[in-house]
Design a protein around this ligand. Structure first.
Ligand SMILES: *[C@@H]1O[C@H](CO)[C@@H](O)[C@H](O)[C@H]1NC(C)=O
Ligand SMILES: *[C@@H]1O[C@H](CO)[C@@H](O)[C@H](O)[C@H]1NC(C)=O
Length: 411
């Protein structure tokens, strides 16, 4: 189904999504019958504003990491209740958990069930672009991948939540990169793994050997040529280059006929094809919050993992590795150190977290309590956030496991 040409087109389109995606959508290609949705204000509000708008309590917490980044964490507070920490994926933000509205958003749902809900924001996304010394124009600011998210950001946020709530342990639920960074955290700072009641991994990523996501597949062979890749991605922040953007934007988003197909399908092509769980009417709001920012190095690190077939630290090249790691090759993350109990929720039509790669991860993690394959063969990477039947297909299982973890770990 995916020819070489459409494959390459997809890669180009993926590079332009940062700026042109919302544009594409607002050109009425998806929303012909439902025009007022184009102007759904939720696409333009900030996460705390949306939560307030729906009548829920909300708090913003600024948390400074050991290396000086200031992260803004959003909380739907229920003081005294057990904290659940939700951590978003690549190019995303705390919006992942609330843009689907009070009926579908996991953040609201967990609050309704009596939990104290904390939603993280990793360095570099729109809520976490401050640093005590650098600003977002400095190259030093963007020198990170999921490694730093695991080493600095997650521990800082976990410490803060534990300090504020006075709970000894908290639940963790991560999506995609929110799982990759979690495994890294446990491998690098095992003591934090012990602060987790249970880890629920939605679309878990450590290996990408079988990933079909065009962006990762296209990047992998280029990861050796820093010059090519930074030209494509942007040197520091992930910013697609202008020429490419203009070209692809013209070709793909101006012509109504093509637009409709491409701008609709691009969503599937990031995350998996052919879902029957996508509600097109909710796309504009979702796309108002995505992509939310990332570094080029983040994408390159994922490309390296795909290329090497190893869940390993960032590859700085021969000399760089010697200086940094005192070995020619980067060390592996030790998955044996992920001692927190884990549930892996995965699906068969996920173009990033392919089920073969998830099963390999399962074999290497020491404390997997359960694997849950979503009972819909078309369920894709995005459906973990937006599926029409998300409660039945995913949340029911997640909530059961929260209870089970509590019995296991809080006796
Ligand atoms: C958090 O940081 C933001 C951005 O720097 C700032 O505008 C806001 O006042 C801070 N809030 C608190 C409570 O410190
Ligand atoms: C699709 O999304 C719209 C807008 O958010 C919502 O009103 C509608 O109920 C949703 N449909 C389904 C089947 O979930």
């Amino acid at each position: 189904m995916v020819t070489m040409k459409s494959f390459l087109t997809t890669c180009v389109v993926l590079l332009i999504i940062s700026n042109n995606f919302v544009d594409c959508i607002s050109k009425r290609n998806i929303l012909e019958d439902d025009q007022e949705l184009e102007h759904d204000p939720d696409a333009f509000l900030l996460v705390p504003e949306i939560i307030e708008k729906y009548g829920y309590p909300v708090e913003r917490h600024n948390i400074t990491t050991e290396d000086g980044f200031i992260l803004q964490v959003h909380r739907i507070p229920r003081p005294g209740a057990i904290p659940v920490f939700l951590q978003h994926g690549l190019l995303a933000s705390s919006a992942e958990w609330i843009v689907m509205g009070p009926e579908k958003g996991l953040g609201y749902y967990l609050y309704q069930l009596g939990y104290d809900v904390w939603m993280g924001n990793m360095r570099g996304n729109r809520y976490s672009r401050n640093h005590i010394k650098f600003n977002a124009n400095d190259k030093e600011f963007w020198d990170f991948s999921f490694h730093e998210l695991g080493y600095y950001d997650l521990p800082a946020m976990i410490d803060h939540i534990i300090k504020v709530t006075e709970h000894k342990r908290i639940h963790y639920i991560g999506h995609s990169q929110g799982t990759t960074s979690f495994w890294a955290m446990c491998a690098l700072r095992a003591e934090y793994c012990d602060k987790i009641i249970g880890m629920q991994a939605l679309a878990p990523v450590a290996y990408l050997d079988n990933a079909k996501c065009p962006l990762i597949v296209a990047l992998a062979p280029l990861t050796n040529s820093i010059e090519t890749i930074t030209k494509l991605l942007g040197k520091y922040e992930f910013l697609p280059n202008n020429e490419l953007m203009a070209l692809a934007g013209q070709a793909l988003c101006k012509d109504q006929a093509i637009t409709q197909v491409m701008c609709t399908n691009i969503v599937f092509l990031i995350a998996g094809y052919d879902s029957d769980q996508l509600n097109k009417s909710s796309l504009p709001v979702f796309l108002g919050h995505f992509p939310a920012g990332a570094s080029s190095k983040q994408l390159i690190h994922f490309g390296q993992i795909r290329k090497q077939g190893k869940y390993q630290l960032y590859d700085y090249g021969f000399i760089g590795n010697l200086l940094k790691y005192k070995s020619i090759k980067p060390p592996l993350y030790d998955l044996n150190k992920v001692t927190a109990p884990v549930v892996l929720h995965y699906s068969q039509n996920d173009w990033l977290a392919d089920s073969l790669d998830v099963l390999r991860l399962k074999d290497e993690l020491p404390n997997v309590i359960r694997t849950h394959i979503v009972a819909n063969p078309k369920f894709n990477h995005l459906d973990f956030l937006t599926a029409i039947d998300i409660k039945k297909l995913l949340y029911d299982d997640v909530v059961n496991m929260l209870k089970e973890f509590e019995q296991l770990r809080m006796k």
